[in-house]
Every structure is written in structure tokens, then in C-alpha cells.
Design a protein around this ligand. Structure first.
Ligand code: ADP
Ligand code: MG
Length: 415
């Protein structure tokens, strides 16, 4: 018996795609600038490998995405209007935005007149109430537009919506294929497979604002790692569990007990900062000093890990063969508190150069890697926030579960 894995675009015979209508669920939930243009095209670029392959294979590509959270009705401020031309420029092909509703003869007609290699983008799918409600009727209307389905919206894969769940299931029922695109394939490879069989030492660096949002991840990752380095405001709650004074720092009082219990269970696997950068405020013009963690108090606000902690963490990171980073070490958005986080990013890049596999999850950590100028030196920066946390925490993602699986050895058909 081989390994059962999610089927991907690479598993499809390209002959199958020529002239076929392929509906691709992408995540084009991009930030728009004040003048209504695409503010950051990272998510458009992330979809390019899949879209180029489909074009090369001669498929007729129908793109479906959401943008923001319109309330199930048309709201022009969430239109995908600016996205279609931005994508067209990247793909070097005209990408029309189709505003007709799924199930309407108008849309059917336009899709019917597509040529091989053409790409169209449907209007924001969350303009329809059936999307988040995962309504059968919408799923059927969308499924009737296509022969096959490709799931490449990693950032939305943790939601069971019509376009992520209902459509692939309906497409499979009528005999079509439903597979993961290259982006989802890559996310699964790093977040699920690499980290399930890590080369050791396996070190995880965690931080950010809250323990509460990441407690599931800590629980799952702790038994698997050789070291867990904790910084950010998350560390403050652990400091309190150690009986330390944290002054006016951000803590989660209702999680102190949980932190104490984790400390006991983790033993010396878990490393906390030994010193901190504290300020009178957390801002760009804060008056700051570095102090031992035992010397924090009064009006101090902890904004970053201190220089000795940077050293300690640095050594652990550079010695690792597999690294998972989720959450900044401090308020890196403010210059006086950025160094701990930037150092982690640089050390991750050094480790990668030395042959380690490095994975970053979390939007703020990804932004920090960009700020440090090392983003393209890391093995993988996940594009999904909630989805990557769920996946790392061992949960299944509805948008992945709805796709075919394939037996690796023996090459059985998808189920
Ligand atoms: P990610 O998006 O990488 O998962 P989070 O969203 O969990 O990260 O946390 C990022 C936020 O945590 C940042 O905005 C940062 O300013 C904040 N943060 C980090 N350390 C501290 C701290 N000591 N005090 C207050 N906020 C902090
Ligand atoms: Mg965040």
C-alpha cells in the first residue's frame, strides 16, 4: 500500500485539458489601494504557475475568487474589476471580467464562446449568498460551467464554501476531475509533508500577539520539535507563569495557567527570552532599554526580545535542519522593537543557505521576512493565514478534502 495523497494538476494528462473548460478556485483576495487599484499582487503571482500550465495545455480557464467580505449582495467596492486587468498583464493575455450570474444564459453563452487557452474571471463570488452558505444550487450552477475543477485558493481552503467544497464535489459526481493546483500542492508539500517527516534538529520559532490563537499549533508542534523558541507578546504570558513582573506589557491573563502547564510539560524543549527590549510606549519614538526579564516592571512595556535572547535564538536557528517560524518576536512595525524579528528572519535565511528547510506561516511574519529582505531566500512562505495554521495544527482543510486523492504506489484512480 502506498501513500494516499491529494491529486494535483501534475497528475492530469494534458490531453485531458485541451479544449476542456476548467474552473479554478483562486484566492485573489488582494488589498486594494485608495485609488481602487491592486495594492499588492502577491496572490495574483502565486496563481501564475497553475494558470500558465492550463493555458499551455489549451484549457479554457474560468477563474472564481472572492474579495473581502461583501454581505452576499453586489457591492461595487468589492468588485474584482481592478483584478482582471492586473492579472491580464501578468499572464500576458486579455482576462475579461464576467459579471453575469452563474446559472444565467448570458454567462453560459460567454463561456461557450471561449477559445482554447482563454482565461476569464467571474465577478466576486461572495456577491452571491449561496457562496458562504455552501448552497447546492450555486455549486451546481458553477459546476455546469466546467468539465474539471482545480482548487488553488489555499487562503480559503479552511472554509467549506460553494466554490471550495460544493463545486469540486459536484464536478466529481458528474465524472469530471477535481485536483489541487500548484500553489495548494506546494503548500501541502511544505506544511504537511516536510514538517511531518522533518530532518533534525527541527526548531520552531513562535511569537506574535496572542497565545490563544496559536494554542492548537503549540500543542501539536511541541511533541514533534527538538526546540520551541517563544518570543513576542506570547512570551509575556509565559513570563507571568514563571512569576515574573511584566509591567504594562500585553499579556493574556486567562492563559497564564495554560502557559504554566505547557512549561511543565515542555521542560527544556521550550526556550523563552532571557532579556527584553522595553519602552515607555510602543511606538517609533519610544524611549527604550534592554533589561533582563527579571528586571521588567513598573510602566515598562516589552516590545521585543533582548540582545542576549537574539544570540541564544540565533544559535538554535542556525543549528537547525528544519525550521518553522510563525509570529514576530516583537512589535517589528516600530523601528525600536524590530531587531529581534529581523534577526530571526536573517538567521532563517542563513540556515536555508546552509541546506535547512525553512517554512514561514502567518502574514505578519511573512511581512517581516520581506522587510528583512530575505523572503526569496527562505524555502517556503505560506500564502494562507488561518488555512496554514489549521494545516500545521493537523486539521483537515475542507477545500482540500473535497478534492480527489491518489494512491502513490500503484497509481490507483482518485476516489
Ligand atoms: P503572524 O501574522 O505572523 O501569524 P501574529 O498575527 O500572530 O503573527 O502577530 C503579529 C503581531 O504581534 C504584530 O502586529 C506584532 O506587532 C505583535 N507583537 C509581537 N510582539 C509583541 C509584543 N511584545 N507586544 C505587543 N504586540 C506584539
Ligand atoms: Mg497576523
Amino acid at each position: 500500500m502506498g501513500n494516499r495523497r491529494t491529486a494535483t494538476l501534475s497528475d492530469l494528462d494534458s490531453g485531458l485539458l485541451r479544449g476542456a473548460r476548467v474552473l479554478v478556485r483562486v484566492d485573489f483576495n488582494v488589498p486594494l489601494s485608495s485609488d481602487g487599484e491592486v495594492g499588492d499582487d502577491t496572490r495574483l503571482r502565486a496563481a501564475l504557475p497553475t494558470l500558465r500550465d492550463l493555458r499551455d495545455a489549451g484549457a479554457r480557464t474560468i477563474l472564481v475568487s472572492h474579495l473581502g467580505r461583501p454581505k452576499g449582495s453586489v457591492d461595487p467596492s468589492y468588485s474584482l474589476g481592478p483584478v482582471a486587468p492586473a492579472l491580464g498583464r501578468l499572464l500576458e493575455v486579455e482576462v475579461p471580467l464576467l459579471t453575469e450570474r452563474p446559472g444565467s444564459p448570458g454567462l453560459e453563452k460567454k463561456i461557450g464562446s471561449m477559445g482554447d487557452g482563454d482565461v476569464v474571471l467571474l465577478e466576486n463570488i461572495r456577491f452571491l449568498p449561496g457562496e458562504t452558505a455552501n448552497e447546492t444550487e450555486l455549486a451546481q450552477d458553477l459546476a455546469s460551467l466546467c468539465d474539471h475543477f482545480v482548487g488553488d485558493a489555499f487562503g480559503t481552503a479552511h472554509r467549506a464554501h460553494a466554490s471550495t467544497d460544493g463545486v469540486p464535489r459536484t464536478v466529481r459526481k458528474k465524472g469530471g476531475r477535481a485536483v489541487a493546483g500548484h500553489l495548494v500542492e506546494r503548500e501541502l508539500r511544505f506544511l504537511r509533508e516536510t514538517l511531518a517527516r522533518p530532518e533534525r534538529p527541527f526548531v520552531s520559532v513562535m511569537g506574535g500577539a496572542k497565545i490563544s490563537g496559536k494554542i492548537d499549533l503549540i500543542e501539536v508542534i511541541l511533541p514533534r520539535v527538538d526546540r520551541l523558541l517563544i518570543g513576542g507578546a506570547m512570551a509575556n504570558t509565559f513570563f507571568q507563569a514563571l512569576g515574573l513582573d511584566t509591567g504594562e506589557s500585553l499579556v493574556e491573563p486567562d492563559r497564564v495557567e495554560m502557559a504554566r502547564e505547557l512549561l511543565e510539560r515542555a521542560g527544556d524543549k521550550l526556550m523563552l527570552p532571557v532579556d527584553c527590549v522595553v519602552g515607555d510606549t510602543i511606538s517609533d519614538d519610544a524611549q527604550v532599554r534592554s533589561v533582563d526579564r527579571t528586571d521588567v516592571g513598573g510602566k515598562d512595556r516589552i516590545g521585543d526580545i533582548g540582545p542576549r535572547s537574539r544570540e541564544l535564538f540565533s544559535r538554535e536557528i542556525r543549528g537547525a535542519r528544519t525550521l518553522l517560524w510563525n509570529g514576530p518576536m516583537g512589535v517589528f512595525e516600530a523601528t525600536p522593537f524590530a531587531e529581534g524579528t529581523l534577526q530571526v528572519a536573517r538567521d532563517m535565511a542563513e540556515a536555508t543557505d546552509g541546506g535547512a528547510v525553512t517554512v514561514v506561516g502567518g502574514g505578519d511574519s511573512a511581512a517581516a521576512a520581506e522587510l528583512a529582505g530575505v523572503a526569496d531566500r527562505l524555502s517556503h512562505i505560506s500564502t494562507g493565514g488561518g488555512a496554514s495554521l489549521d494545516l500545521l495544527a493537523g486539521k483537515t482543510l475542507p477545500g482540500v478534502e473535497a478534492l480527489e486523492t491518489i494512491e502513490d504506489a500503484g497509481g490507483g484512480e482518485g476516489s
